[in-house]
Write a protein that binds this ligand. Structure first.
Ligand code: F6P
Length: 355
């Protein structure tokens, strides 16, 4: 048996743990040959494959990033290297030339939707869900999320002591373009006072009111804001504005916008911290290593059973799989009746909006 593996989209703590689990279990239990593709689908487009030995995938469990490299724009259906041409037939031809019996694709919603299209063209694919944002459909959790939440929580903890000492309003901007999972869980874990998420558009007047109230009572305020949070009035999130500009620069932004909007409206000084890619780098937490290993092992089980066109998932704590068509291009946002939101309400946290 000959199986390929690639990592697509943004990197995420736990990718190497999945590669290791997929490769080791296939090598150990069906003597498979495992081929890695460099930089996601780019490796298939540009014929950049490398044979992985048992030694290559040993000692990488705790390593951040991905030993295969990744690329977040490599799409065979619209290849940037050839003016957006569809090179999918060439990719399928290369896959067949290599004599692959299947391909494990580790990636987020964009990568899963490419995989779904490539399946229709004859490739046999098993997907593994990956994103620090935890916003992939059909699975309770994605690996990388626990690591991101622990880094963001540590940041909230640290902002508490400096914020308290100076009686300031401290804003922490976390990742989370379309969903507020990281902001919500780190605010809950770190004891944030206001949490702003894309699912609940904020009202700056309400944020001012809460800051004023806290200034009288506690003297300092912690605001955790997801990068995709948007105001009740206003068309786009800052992230969308940046992405749509002709020269996209990764400024971060909504934290700075809120700081500017608070200027002159509250007495306290305001400081903003944008956590950025710190949330994605470095070693995965034990929980993420375990989840990534389970996902990798389950992917190899699906391959052995010949169940392709599916993505590994965890539902109600159990490992399972769902058709790729069910996850392609979908986002799992925080439901407004989530127990997490309930808990925030219970301890008096504000969502920067009257609910
Ligand atoms: O989807 C994961 C993620 O880390 C988002 O939270 C963030 O908006 C985005 O990727 C950043 O992407 P890039 O590294 O391309 O700037």
């Amino acid at each position: 048996m000959k199986i390929g593996v690639l990592t697509g989209g943004g990197d995420c703590p736990g990718l190497n743990a999945v590669i290791r689990a997929v490769a080791k279990s296939l090598m150990l239990h069906c003597d498979a040959e495992v081929i890695g593709f460099r930089e996601g689908f780019l490796g298939l487009i540009e014929r950049n494959a490398v044979s992985l030995s048992y030694k290559d995938v040993s000692g990488i469990l705790a390593q951040g990033g991905t030993i295969l490299g990744t690329h977040n724009r490599a799409n065979p259906l619209s290849y940037f290297g050839r003016d957006g041409a569809d090179v999918s037939d060439e990719v399928v031809a290369y896959y067949n030339e290599l004599g692959l019996d299947g391909l494990v694709v580790i990636g987020g919603d964009g990568t899963m939707s490419i995989s779904h299209e490539m399946e229709k063209k004859g490739m046999r694919i098993v997907g593994v869900p990956k994103t620090i944002d935890n916003d992939l459909m059909a699975t309770d959790r994605t690996f990388g999320f626990d690591t991101a939440v622990s880094i963001a929580t540590e940041a909230v903890d640290r902002l508490q002591t400096t914020g308290q000492s100076h009686r300031r309003v401290m804003i922490l901007e976390t990742m989370g373009r379309y969903a507020g999972w990281i902001a919500l869980e780190s605010a809950l874990a770190g004891g944030g006072d206001i949490v702003l998420i894309p699912e609940i558009p904020y009202d700056i007047d309400e944020i001012v009111r809460v800051c004023d109230e806290r200034e009288d009572r506690q003297s300092f305020t912690i605001i955790v804001v997801a990068e995709g949070a948007k105001p009740q009035s206003g068309k786009m999130t800052v992230r969308e504005t940046i992405d749509d500009s002709p020269d996209p620069i990764r400024l971060g932004g909504v934290g700075n916008v809120i700081q500017a909007q608070l200027k002159g409206r509250i007495d306290s000084e305001v400081r903003t911290t944008i956590l950025g890619h710190v949330q994605r780098g470095g070693t995965p937490t034990p929980a993420d290593r375990i989840l990534a290993t389970q996902y990798g092992a389950h992917a190899s089980e699906l391959i052995r059973r010949g169940e392709f066109g599916r993505m590994v998932a965890r539902q109600d704590g159990k490992l399972t799989s769902v058709p790729l068509s069910e996850v392609a291009n979908m986002v799992k946002t925080v439901p407004l009746d989530s127990p997490l939101i309930k808990a925030c309400h219970a301890v008096g946290m504000s969502f920067g909006a009257k609910l």
